[in-house]
Design a protein around this ligand. Sequence first.
Ligand SMILES: [Zn+2]
Length: 271
Amino acid sequence: MEAMRFIDSHFHGLGMAARGIELGRLFGDLEGLGFAGGLDIGTRCDDLEKRIETIRPLSDKVLFTLGSGPWALQADADENEGKPIFSIDRIMEILKESLRLNPCSIGEIGLDYHWDYGTREQQRELLERQLDLAYENALPVVIHCRDAMEDTLSILSAHKARGIIHCYSGSPSQALELQRQGWMISFAGNLTYPKARSLEESLACLDLSSILIETDAPYLAPQAYRGQVNSPLLILETYRKAAAIKAISVEKMGEIATGNFERLLGLSKEP
Ligand SMILES: [Zn+2]
């Protein structure tokens, strides 16, 4: 990997560890490659403490989100007699208790109509209550959206939310609308897939100041590594593709994404 500064705006550290990636070694390797920052993303309302305990000793560049995706609404046959593990009320209680651990943002949260996680009404309620929680605590959010861009857009525009649209999958015109509302649009490894024409067009039409790059590791390895366990070490292929679409160097793409990441999360020294 070339020496460059880069960020990974979305990965799941515990998920990588569960698939055999040795996190101590991973963050050590990243440090030597110019890793300038990353977001470790929550998948359950009650996982923040364990994620911080596991990853903070390994890297001072990683920030942590707190949130509950729509998958929390799924009936869990193994763990809880066919009911979701927590009710929405209980999820919100746990999230509020966990704010004492100072997450940098609320996420990932959102709608996923590809899978039947609870009802769509429940998905929307869980999203909206977490958008309110983020607003009350002046935190940005990380939005998950799968096959639900219309509803996502209408809910986001009705809330005073800001933050990241993760693993962007909408159309170019929706990307422009999200940019107009002030969102950062984060592109994952699927940007490198052969059938990514619409994603390429979305990235092409956005301002550089709205673009982030992520892995979503352990999922969504870029084309050259497809089917393997993904990790932030594999992110450069996605940076290269984004840089080629924007006709800039990969180092410049790294600088831009790093600057956007730091600005969103209040880490930059510039105003
Ligand atoms: Zn994710």
